[in-house]
Ligand binder design. Structure first.
Ligand SMILES: [Zn+2]
Length: 135
């Protein structure tokens, strides 16, 4: 990943970044593709820095799956340690909020998260707990 720009935006910090790997793996069939078919920007909330909220404005690319027998024509790359399918948070932020949720649950957890500049709602914290695998 390359960071192109770091700027402040309101009270927060925005990192503009892009992935620079040449290939990506199809999530359905496992085929490796180097054929880029467009891309789009994803905004991912990350852990705070220097008391400010951090957003990563990440350019991700769509690749063509090369396998003729694969039902998926295109797929969007996932960036290790940064993106998860459909997620608007980085895995690091998600795990931090999960730990806050497990320790404090809804409203107290939301207050602590806001204090740490990773604001979220009590309901969001409870949803994170419900999505955790049972151990
Ligand atoms: Zn495929």
């Amino acid at each position: 990943m390359v960071v192109d720009e770091v700027r402040t935006d309101g009270g927060g910090i925005v990192l503009t970044a892009r992935s620079v790997t040449r290939e990506a793996v199809c999530p359905d069939c496992g085929a490796v593709s180097g054929r880029v078919h467009g891309g789009y920007r994803r905004r991912l909330a990350d852990l705070s820095a220097a008391g400010r909220q951090v957003v990563i404005d990440l350019l991700v690319r769509r690749f063509l799956c090369p396998a003729a027998e694969c039902g998926r024509r295109t797929f969007v790359e996932q960036v290790d340690g940064l993106t998860e399918r459909f997620a608007r948070r980085t895995p690091l932020l998600r795990r931090s909020l999960e730990n806050i949720a497990l320790a404090l649950a809804g409203r107290p957890g939301a207050r602590l998260a806001t204090h740490l500049s990773i604001p979220t709602s009590a309901n969001s914290l409870l949803r994170l707990i419900r999505r955790l695998p049972n151990k």
